[in-house]
Design a protein around this ligand. Structure first.
Ligand SMILES: *[C@@H]1O[C@H](CO)[C@@H](O)[C@H](O)[C@H]1NC(C)=O
Ligand SMILES: *[C@@H]1O[C@H](CO)[C@@H](O)[C@H](O)[C@H]1NC(C)=O
Ligand SMILES: *[C@@H]1O[C@H](CO)[C@@H](O)[C@H](O)[C@H]1NC(C)=O
Ligand SMILES: *[C@@H]1O[C@H](CO)[C@@H](O)[C@H](O)[C@H]1NC(C)=O
Ligand SMILES: *[C@@H]1O[C@H](CO)[C@@H](O)[C@H](O)[C@H]1NC(C)=O
Ligand SMILES: *[C@@H]1O[C@H](CO)[C@@H](O)[C@H](O)[C@H]1NC(C)=O
Ligand SMILES: *[C@@H]1O[C@H](CO)[C@@H](O)[C@H](O)[C@H]1NC(C)=O
Ligand SMILES: *[C@@H]1O[C@H](CO)[C@@H](O)[C@H](O)[C@H]1NC(C)=O
Ligand SMILES: *[C@@H]1O[C@H](CO)[C@@H](O)[C@H](O)[C@H]1NC(C)=O
Ligand SMILES: *[C@@H]1O[C@H](CO)[C@@H](O)[C@H](O)[C@H]1NC(C)=O
Ligand SMILES: *[C@@H]1O[C@H](CO)[C@@H](O)[C@H](O)[C@H]1NC(C)=O
Ligand SMILES: *[C@@H]1O[C@H](CO)[C@@H](O)[C@H](O)[C@H]1NC(C)=O
Length: 565
C-alpha cells in the first residue's frame, strides 16, 4: 500500500515534468524493459524487468498493481500473479541527471470468447437456390476486440473475414454477418466461423481461436428436366411403340408425372407411346421447390402414296409417277424407300440425305402400267437405317393405292376371221368380241348408214360384202374389216346328179347281169344236151365239173326259176 502511494506520487510528479520537457524524455530515458510489451491472458500472471546501466538516484515501477517503490537497484521487476485490470498502465521511472524519466509498458490483456455461434438470420429450413441469405456469427465477450478477426469458412475454404476497429480494451460481444446466395451445389455445405485473437509476437502461439459448430445448409431448387433424354418431338412408327423417359433432377426429389390428357395423369418416369397416344404430352416434374413442365409432341411417322399430279385412270403405254411422301423427325443415316406391287417389291431407292430430318420428304417412282396392272395395289414402305437403335429397323408402310389402267379395245381376231363365206340360204352368225378397259361398245357397220349395236351379226346372202366391227371405249376405237363371200349351194345338185348316176349305173349293172345270166343259161343248155351222149364215153376226160351233166342241168333250171320268180 505504501509502495502504491509512493509510486503514484512519483508518477504524478513525472507527468507534470513530461508536460514541460516534451516526449523526448522516453527516447533518452536510460532504462530497458524486458520484454518491451506484454500480452497477458485475463487473470494470467505477468512479470517485466526494468533495468538501467547508468548511475541513478533511484528507480521504480508505478502501476495500479504490482508497483515497485523507489530503489537504488538497477534491475526491478513488475510482477502480477493474476492480472484482472483491463486498463492497467505500468511504467518504469528513473531519477537521473537531476531529472526523472519514465517508460510505459504496453500491456495487452486478452480474453477468448465465452462462445462463438453461427446462425441464419430471419430464416429457418431449406434455402432456395438463387436467393440471398444472411449468416451470423456471434462472438461473446472477447477482448481486445481490435485484435479479433472473425473468419468465415465454407467447408475448409475461407470465404470471408471481419476485423474490428474498436479500441475498447474490455470484453465486448461482436457479430459478424455473411451474405450467401447458395446454388444447388451448396446443398449440404457446412458453414462455420472462427474467432481468432491475433496478438502478435508476444501473443500465444498459435493465436487463440474459438470456432462455432458447423451449420449445414439445405438448398432446394426447381426440378430440371433432362432435355437431352426427353426431346420435344418424339417420332413413333406405327407398330413400334417408343418408351420415353422424363428424368428430372431437383431438391427435393421431384415427382414425375405425365399429363397424357386432361383426365389421364400417369405417375411414372417412363411412358410408352404408341400411335394412339395423343399428340401433345406434358411431363411435369413437381416438388415443393416448384414444378417444371416439358411439352412433348408425338409425331406419328407416316407414309402415304399418291399418283402425284395425275388423277384418274392411267393408260397403257404411258409413263406415270407414284409418289411416296413421308415425315421423319428422327435423324436417320439413310432411308430405304420401297415400292410394292402387291407382295412384291418393284422398286427400291435409298435416300441418304436426311440432314434436315423434320422435312417432309417425297420420292417419285416411275411406272409404265400394262393392261394387267389394272386394279394392282401399290404401296410404299420407308425403313430407317439408324445405325444402332431399335432392331429390326423401324419402318412405316402406306395404305394401298389401287390403280386403274385403261386400254384401247382389242378385237379377238381368232374368233372373227377377216373373210367369212356364206352359202345362199344358209344364214351365219359371226361374233366380234373385244376386250378393253373400260368395257368397249361393239357395233357392226353393215353399210355406211346401218349400224348394228351387237356383238353378233347374222349374215345372209343379202348382207353387204364389206362389214366393219367397231369396238370403242373412252381410250380409243378399234375396227376389224370382214369380207363376206357369198357361195352358191351346189350340194342338192351334186346330190341329185350322184343319185341319178348311181341309179343309172345300177340299172346298167342289173341289165348286164341279167343279160349275162340269161345268155349263159341258154348257151349251156344246148351244149349239155349235145354232150349227154358223149358223157359216158369220155368218162374221166370230161372235166371241170362238167362230168356230172344231169345234176348240173337240174341246178341251172332251179337257179333260173329263182331269178325270174
Ligand atoms: C545532464 O543534463 C544536462 C542538461 O539537462 C546535460 O547537459 C548533461 O549532458 C546531462 N548529463 C549526462 C551525463 O547526461
Ligand atoms: C492489436 O491490434 C492492433 C490494431 O489492429 C494492432 O495495432 C496491435 O499491434 C495488435 N496487438 C498485437 C499484440 O498484435
Ligand atoms: C477458446 O479457445 C481456447 C483456446 O484457443 C480455449 O482454451 C477456450 O476454452 C475456448 N473457449 C470456448 C468457449 O470454447
Ligand atoms: C441427360 O441425359 C443425358 C443422356 O442420358 C446424359 O448424358 C446427361 O448427363 C443428362 N444430363 C443431366 C443434367 O443429368
Ligand atoms: C405439384 O405440387 C403441388 C404443390 O406442391 C401440388 O398441389 C400438385 O398437386 C402437384 N401436382 C402434381 C401433378 O403432382
Ligand atoms: C406449378 O407451379 C405453378 C406456380 O409455380 C402453379 O401455378 C401451378 O399450379 C403448378 N402446377 C402444378 C401442376 O402443380
Ligand atoms: C405437279 O404440279 C406442280 C404445279 O402444277 C408442279 O410444280 C410439279 O412439278 C408437278 N409435279 C410433278 C411430279 O409433275
Ligand atoms: C430444317 O428445316 C427447317 C424448316 O424446314 C428449317 O427451319 C431449319 O433451318 C432446317 N435445318 C437445317 C439444319 O437445315
Ligand atoms: C425405279 O424407279 C426409278 C425412278 O422412278 C426409275 O428410274 C427406275 O427405272 C425404276 N427401276 C425399276 C426396276 O423399275
Ligand atoms: C379369242 O377367241 C379364242 C376362241 O374362242 C379364244 O381361245 C381366245 O382365248 C380368245 N382370245 C382372247 C384374247 O380373248
Ligand atoms: C343399207 O342397208 C339397208 C338395209 O340393210 C338398206 O335398206 C339400205 O339401202 C342400204 N344402204 C346402202 C347405201 O346400201
Ligand atoms: C339372228 O339369227 C338368230 C337365229 O339364228 C335369231 O334368233 C336372231 O334374232 C337373228 N338376229 C337378227 C338381228 O336378225
Amino acid at each position: 500500500m505504501l509502495q502504491h502511494f509512493f509510486g503514484l506520487f512519483y508518477l504524478l510528479a513525472v507527468s507534470q515534468l513530461l508536460s514541460f520537457t516534451g516526449s523526448h524524455a522516453d527516447d533518452e530515458c536510460p532504462v530497458q524493459l524486458n520484454p518491451q510489451s506484454v500480452v497477458v491472458k485475463y487473470g494470467g500472471s505477468v512479470s517485466v524487468d526494468c533495468s538501467t546501466s547508468v548511475p541513478h538516484k533511484g528507480m521504480g515501477w508505478v502501476s495500479s498493481e504490482g508497483g515497485v517503490p523507489l530503489t537504488r537497484d538497477s534491475l526491478i521487476t513488475w510482477r502480477v500473479p493474476e492480472l484482472r485490470e483491463w486498463d492497467i498502465e505500468p511504467a518504469c521511472f528513473i531519477n537521473y541527471n537531476k531529472t526523472q524519466c519514465t517508460v510505459y509498458l504496453p500491456v495487452t490483456i486478452y480474453k477468448t470468447p465465452d462462445s462463438v455461434s453461427i446462425s441464419t438470420v430471419n430464416h429457418n429450413g431449406p434455402m432456395m437456390e438463387g436467393n440471398q441469405y444472411e449468416l451470423q456469427c456471434d462472438v461473446l465477450n472477447v477482448a481486445p476486440v481490435q485484435n479479433l478477426t472473425v473468419n468465415w469458412y465454407k467447408g475448409q475454404t475461407l470465404v470471408d473475414q471481419t476485423i474490428f476497429t474498436d479500441t475498447i480494451k474490455t470484453p465486448v460481444s461482436k457479430t459478424s454477418k455473411l451474405l450467401i446466395r447458395p446454388d444447388r451445389a451448396d446443398d449440404g455445405a457446412q458453414y462455420w466461423c472462427e474467432a481468432k485473437l491475433e496478438l502478435g509476437e508476444e501473443g500465444p502461439r498459435p493465436p487463440p481461436t474459438n470456432t462455432s459448430d458447423p451449420l449445414s445448409i439445405t438448398v432446394y431448387f426447381k426440378p430440371i428436366i433432362n432435355e437431352t433424354k426427353l426431346p420435344s418431338i418424339v417420332s413413333v412408327f406405327r407398330g413400334y411403340p417408343v418408351v420415353i423417359v422424363c428424368e428430372a433432377e431437383g431438391n427435393p426429389k421431384p415427382t414425375i408425372s405425365w399429363n397424357v390428357n386432361s383426365n389421364n395423369i400417369v405417375y411414372s418416369k417412363t411412358l410408352t407411346i404408341t400411335d394412339s397416344t395423343p399428340e401433345d404430352l406434358h411431363c411435369i416434374a413437381n416438388s415443393s421447390a416448384g414444378n417444371t413442365t416439358r411439352s412433348v409432341k408425338v409425331s406419328i411417322q407416316d407414309i402415304s402414296i399418291s399418283t402425284g399430279n395425275h388423277t384418274g385412270p392411267m393408260r397403257v403405254g404411258e409413263e406415270y409417277e407414284l409418289q411416296c411422301d413421308w415425315t421423319l423427325h428422327t435423324v436417320a443415316k439413310s432411308v430405304v424407300v420401297r415400292l410394292y406391287r402387291g407382295e412384291h417389291v418393284v422398286n427400291t431407292t435409298i435416300i441418304t440425305d436426311s440432314s434436315n430430318s423434320s422435312d417432309r420428304k417425297s420420292y417419285q417412282f416411275k411406272i409404265h402400267p400394262k393392261k394387267t396392272d389394272d386394279g394392282a395395289q401399290y404401296w410404299c414402305e420407308a425403313q430407317l437405317e439408324l445405325g444402332e437403335g431399335p432392331q429390326p429397323p423401324p419402318k412405316v408402310t402406306s395404305e394401298s393405292l389401287s390403280i386403274i389402267v385403261h386400254f384401247k379395245p382389242i378385237i379377238n381376231e381368232t374368233k372373227l376371221p377377216s373373210i367369212v363365206s356364206v352359202f345362199r340360204g344358209y344364214p351365219l352368225v359371226i361374233v366380234c368380241e373385244a376386250e378393253g378397259n373400260p368395257e368397249p361398245t361393239i357395233s357392226w357397220s353393215v353399210n355406211s348408214t346401218d349400224i348394228v349395236y351387237s356383238e353378233t351379226l347374222n349374215i345372209t346372202e343379202s348382207t353387204p360384202e364389206d362389214l366393219l366391227c367397231i369396238a370403242s371405249n373412252s381410250v380409243g376405237i378399234t375396227t376389224r374389216h370382214v369380207k363376206v363371200v357369198l357361195k352358191e349351194d351346189y350340194l342338192p345338185l351334186i346330190a341329185g346328179l350322184v343319185a341319178i348316176t348311181v341309179a343309172f349305173i345300177s340299172v346298167i349293172f342289173i341289165f348286164i347281169f341279167i343279160y349275162s345270166i340269161y345268155y349263159k343259161t341258154a348257151k349251156m343248155g344246148r351244149y349239155n344236151l349235145k354232150d349227154a351222149k358223149l358223157s359216158p364215153q369220155n368218162g374221166d376226160i370230161a372235166q371241170n365239173g362238167k362230168d356230172n351233166s344231169i345234176p348240173m342241168k337240174k341246178l341251172t333250171f332251179a337257179s333260173r326259176n329263182k331269178l325270174f320268180s
